[in-house]
Design a binder for this molecule. Structure first.
Ligand code: HEC
Ligand code: HEC
Ligand code: HEC
Ligand code: HEC
Ligand code: HEC
Length: 197
């Protein structure tokens, strides 16, 4: 039912008369989606993994653990193998480390709870964003451009609104004045079919 509504709505909106700024949020999103897409959302996790402790205090780079980001749609969550590279010897007496060691030895994964979850009708790829280059070949975007100050977060949270308007604002920065003194992003597409299946 929702998918059908979406298709009809899209056909209507893709008509010439439509401008994207006529779009209003919340028109037809289903409740389960909206519940999950909340800024500041940080569910309880089976292990109290701290980004602050690892990415800031110990200065481990994001891509050490999320190395799928530059080669696939998904940034991925690291397998226990990555954790055990250090935790075979680091803090082995701590209770959460004993828990992950036990899981590792039994070859069972940790069931992390998803923080971000776009609806299935949206197409998003980490690779195109992480590899996007500016005029001088510099990286246009950092992880923090979309995830905020993860290094300060004990429990990582949904920092961005993840609404369509948020995606469009950035894709459309030639029409919208650059914010925070940052250079405008070269126009990425705002055609419906770029982001929608
Ligand atoms: C840059 C990416 C992007 C583009 C371009 C884009 N969308 Fe979306 N759209 C999204 C995202 C992300 C969502 C889900 C979040 C939300 O509901 O705001 C969404 C949601 C929607 C929804 C569901 C909204 C709701 O509240 O149920 C409709 C309908 C929609 N888009 C239509 C369109 C149409 C029509 C166009 C072209 C004019 C378009 N989109 C272009 C990213 C995009
Ligand atoms: C030592 C490994 C490690 C490092 C380094 C690391 N992460 Fe993570 N990251 C994880 C694990 C494990 C999870 C899943 C548990 C959680 O959500 O806290 C995760 C979850 C996330 C999530 C939420 C995923 C979701 O469910 O939506 C984001 C966003 C994220 N990391 C971004 C980053 C960024 C940005 C950096 C660098 C500043 C970074 N991570 C550094 C291991 C790491
Ligand atoms: C590059 C090394 C490294 C990697 C990889 C790593 N950690 Fe850590 N971890 C540390 C260090 C160092 C500490 C902090 C020790 C301290 O300051 O007490 C720590 C602390 C922790 C703690 C807190 C332990 C306590 O004392 O309560 C948890 C939980 C934890 N790590 C989980 C993980 C998980 C889960 C992964 C994999 C997603 C992971 N770590 C990957 C080095 C690492
Ligand atoms: C252009 C914005 C943007 C950038 C840049 C970005 N992300 Fe994401 N990230 C997202 C969105 C949107 C989602 C939710 C995707 C979904 O639900 O399908 C997400 C989801 C994630 C997740 C959850 C697992 C997954 O892949 O869905 C992790 C982990 C993550 N990002 C880490 C990173 C890291 C690390 C970087 C930098 C190397 C990064 N992201 C760069 C927007 C971004
Ligand atoms: C902070 C800026 C920023 C945000 C936020 C952002 N994007 Fe993008 N996006 C870009 C840039 C820049 C590119 C162009 C990459 C390149 O140069 O190839 C791009 C490219 C894309 C592409 C590839 C198609 C194309 O136009 O080249 C898709 C699909 C896409 N974005 C979807 C999304 C969706 C869906 C969201 C929201 C959930 C989103 N983006 C949020 C900056 C952003």
């Amino acid at each position: 039912m929702f998918r059908l509504t979406f298709i009809f709505f899209s056909i209507f909106l893709s008509s010439e008369a439509f401008s994207w700024w006529m779009w209003t949020p919340g028109d037809s999103v289903d409740d389960s989606t909206q519940l999950l897409m909340v800024q500041g959302y940080h569910p309880d996790q089976p292990v109290p993994f701290s980004h602050k402790l690892h990415a800031n205090d110990r200065n481990i780079s994001c891509e050490y653990c999320h190395n799928a980001a530059r080669r696939s749609t998904s940034a991925g969550i690291p397998p226990l193998n990555t954790c055990m590279g250090c935790h075979k010897v680091v803090n082995t007496d701590a209770e959460p480390i004993q828990y992950i060691t036990e899981k590792y030895e039994k070859n069972e994964p940790i069931e992390w709870v998803k923080v971000h979850d776009l609806p299935d009708f949206v197409r998003f790829s980490h690779q195109v964003h992480v590899l996007a280059k500016g005029e001088n070949g510099e990286n246009l975007l950092q992880c923090e451009s979309c995830h905020g100050p993860v290094k300060t977060m004990a429990a990582v949270e949904q920092w961005a609104p993840l609404q369509m308007g948020w995606c469009i604002d950035c894709h459309n920065q030639e029409k919208i004045p650059a914010r925070d003194g940052k250079p405008a992003v070269p126009n990425a597409s705002v055609s419906c079919n770029v982001c929608h299946y």
